[in-house]
Design a protein around this ligand. Structure first.
Ligand code: ADP
Ligand code: MG
Length: 692
């Protein structure tokens, strides 16, 4: 074996020729380190085979024959589906692979295979999704060790079997993998010298489930340690930055509060105070304002913005959709305008809207540059290089989980070179406590844990589509008769060959025949910006009573007179998304309701049942974390910035341990120089929440 290290290119590995190397590069596996960290997707444990009649959803191993194989090409994203039927003596199930057309020719219909994969309810039926398959005889010839085997995912064109071979060739190298983290000889076994080498070996070449679990423990610790250390180092680095201190002046705050048609909640007062104090410092604020849907984050942001502009500096508010940016712009300019009329001496922010559809961008950008505009509300459109500020001292990101690291960085870089802006991120997607300790450990957090007074509960019901005529339409009529409004959410815009979900356009036509006295509007992402604005304005003014929309209204939209939301094909959505959608109603002082329509095949999922049970965003986020894992929960990860492989963020004991050790390490950050591999790995995490 040639001497190798983790950074050696894959070409150096025995048996990898230029062709295989290219395949590996295509999926971003470039070094030995990339390969050894490419962990098995599951382990095949032939001792735990289930018969088909006893199958339950989850990870399963079954033994059977496969037939009726066929591959179909879908038009969407050039996806191919290979389907088949697996049978044993007790029954038959469907199986499907995505983009693995070779599966159609892989099997001998007369022979038995072990199939290992996830049995789940997908697209309205139960299927075994992308199972790994091993010929029964093969595995039995290889003796006992083969009864527990790692299964790698097919990465595009690399077959799992090929991958397995590559790792076999790497096997001798594993013993030479150096430690990554500082060792702790008094700590648990996975902190002892040689721990990393042993863990990775156990994960790729386990002899038993315990081996794999042992390896997982170490790697989970490693991941947590890196995350937490990154957060701590970020915090230290942010302390060294300088920002514009924006001194508190009671006047604008008092007048804005006075002019509101409501009293601020205690939570809003506390959060506002936290923020106003943070803005006074010459160290940049990096604060997250977390509050469930409808808790009133916008006004808190507005109060903070007014403090910055009052001190002669500029503020940018970034929103994820043009609809939301326009809503903020209209609401806030009206508020500021009203105050200025009453107190001509008090200067309120001069607000402008900057979205893709904004006319006269050039002139507007000139005004932003020369400081005539001091509060810019916009979408991604304000991130372009030609948007420059005179003195951007404060950035607000609404629905921050919708943005990636790079977008945030772009915004922050618009401040003067020697000053970092203060940053307020806002989100309704609560960060579960475990993520707060790890990924977001360097952020200050304010929580709006109190809904405005007078809010009524939202009732949620799961309803089968076939029952809508009897159980839903009467409720809709009753609500419309009271002069209130309804959202109807569909997944698609138009009919689509790959999905049987009901599209917006078809549903709107149908409702028009049922609710002949109501005006029905259609809203979706492919409409021109001006059309969208018009529809939203009409809906806000109650010129439209039923708004049939795609999820473009998912975040932020605020029409307090809309008190019913119907989510069609509800099984298609994730829990966080359902909660956000439901948050569009119950924003006034009337009771509200949410209907989750299903086609009624099979039992409703856990997600829908949890929605019925709770309206508490914090509780639902914890459930979501358990059901889906952290990868989907928080926005940064949706953008692929953070991809946790092994750490289970509900493992509080491991988090506490990693937090302790990372804290010790962070006391002497210069030590990182002795750990170059660690240093380069945590850079990736550091970008997630840093200000520079
Ligand atoms: P979110 O936290 O979801 O962004 P918004 O800021 O859009 O919530 O506020 C939702 C609605 O509640 C708005 O109509 C807003 O005017 C109203 N609101 C905000 N604070 C209060 C309050 N303290 N009392 C009554 N209504 C409030
Ligand atoms: Mg909002």
């Amino acid at each position: 074996m040639i001497i190798m290290d983790m950074s050696a290119p894959v070409e150096k590995i025995k048996g990898i020729g230029p062709k295989t190397a290219e395949l590996l590069h295509n999926v971003n596996l470039n070094t030995v380190g990339d390969l050894v960290y490419c962990l098995p997707r599951v382990y095949e444990n032939y001792q735990t085979t289930t018969t088909i009649s006893e199958l339950r959803p989850g990870n399963v191993v079954i033994r059977g024959k496969i037939s009726d194989l066929r591959t179909v090409r879908t038009s969407r994203r050039r996806l191919t589906l290979t389907e088949g039927v697996i049978r044993d003596e007790t029954g038959a199930i469907r199986t499907v692979w995505f983009n693995q057309p070779y599966r159609a020719k892989q099997f001998d219909s007369k022979r038995e295979y072990y199939f290992t994969g996830k049995y789940e309810f997908k697209n309205r039926r139960y299927v075994l999704t992308s199972p790994a398959a091993t010929l029964v005889q093969d595995s039995e010839h290889e003796g006992s060790a083969a009864s527990f085997q790692p299964i790698y995912s097919a990465k595009n064109t690399i077959k799992p079997q090929t991958f397995q071979k590559i790792l076999q060739n790497l096997r001798p190298f594993f013993a030479k993998i150096p430690d990554l983290l500082p060792c702790d000889t008094d700590g648990p076994s996975f902190l002892k010298p040689g721990a990393r080498a042993e863990a990775l070996f156990c994960l790729h070449f386990p002899e038993s489930p315990e081996d794999a679990e042992h390896g997982r423990q170490y790697l989970a610790y490693e991941e947590l340690f890196e995350l937490i250390l990154a957060a701590k180092l970020n915090k230290q680095a942010n302390q060294k930055l300088r920002s514009e201190p924006l001194k508190f002046d009671a006047n604008p705050t008092r007048e804005i509060v006075r002019s509101l048609p409501f009293q601020l909640t205690g939570a809003q007062r506390r959060a506002t105070w936290d923020i106003l104090q943070g803005l006074e410092k010459s160290i940049p604020m990096n604060r997250l304002l977390q509050g469930d849907v409808g808790s009133g984050k916008t006004i808190v942001a507005a109060l903070a913005a007014a403090q910055a502009t009052h001190q002669g500096h500029q503020v940018a508010l970034l929103a994820p959709t043009a609809i939301l940016a326009a809503q903020h712009y209209e609401g806030l300019s009206e508020l500021f305008h009203k105050i200025e009329q009453q107190h001509s001496a008090l200067k309120m922010p001069r607000v402008a809207l900057l979205t893709g559809a904004t006319r006269g961008k050039k002139q507007l950008k000139a005004q932003i540059k020369n400081g005539e505009i001091d509060f810019v509300i916009g979408t991604h459109a304000l991130l372009t290089d030609d948007t420059n500020f005179k003195s951007l001292a404060f950035c607000i990101i609404d629905e921050q989980h919708r943005f990636g690291v790079q977008q945030r960085q772009k915004l922050l870089l618009k401040s003067p070179r020697d000053k970092a802006p203060h940053l307020l991120s806002m989100t309704a997607t609560p960060i579960p406590r475990s993520l707060q300790l790890t990924v977001f450990g360097d952020l200050d957090v304010s929580i709006l844990n109190e809904l405005p007074a007078g809010r009524q509960p939202i009732t949620t019901s799961i309803l089968k589509e076939i029952d809508q005529k009897d159980q839903l339409y009467p409720a809709m009529r009753e609500l419309l008769a009271k002069g209130q409004q309804i959202y109807w959410i569909c997944q698609l815009i138009e009919d689509n060959a790959n999905s049987d979900a009901t599209p917006v356009k078809r549903q709107a036509k149908k409702l028009a025949t049922v609710f002949t006295d109501s005006k029905i509007g259609v809203l979706h992402g492919k409409m021109k910006a001006a059309e969208k604005d018009q529809i939203m304005t009409d809906f806000a003014a109650n010129k439209i009573q039923i708004l049939v929309s795609t999820t473009v209204v998912e975040v932020g939209v605020n029409v307090p007179n809309a008190n019913m939301i119907i989510i069609q094909d509800a099984e298609h959505y994730g829990l966080a998304q359902l909660h956000q959608l439901r948050g569009r109603v119950g924003r006034g002082d009337q009771p509200a309701s949410c209907y989750l329509l299903t086609t009624g095949e099979g039992r409703p999922s856990r997600r829908l049942k949890e929605m019925e049970r709770s309206t508490d965003g914090f509780y639902l986020a914890e459930v979501d974390l358990k059901l889906r894992g952290p990868g989907e929960i928080y926005g940064a990860m949706q953008h692929g910035d953070l991809n946790l492989q092994v750490a289970n963020l509900s493992d509080t004991r491991l988090i506490a341990l990693a937090s302790h050790h990372a804290g010790e390490f962070a006391k002497h950050p210069e030590r990182l120089r002795e750990y170059p591999e660690l240093a380069s790995r945590i850079k990736k995490y550091q970008q997630i929440t840093t200000l520079n």
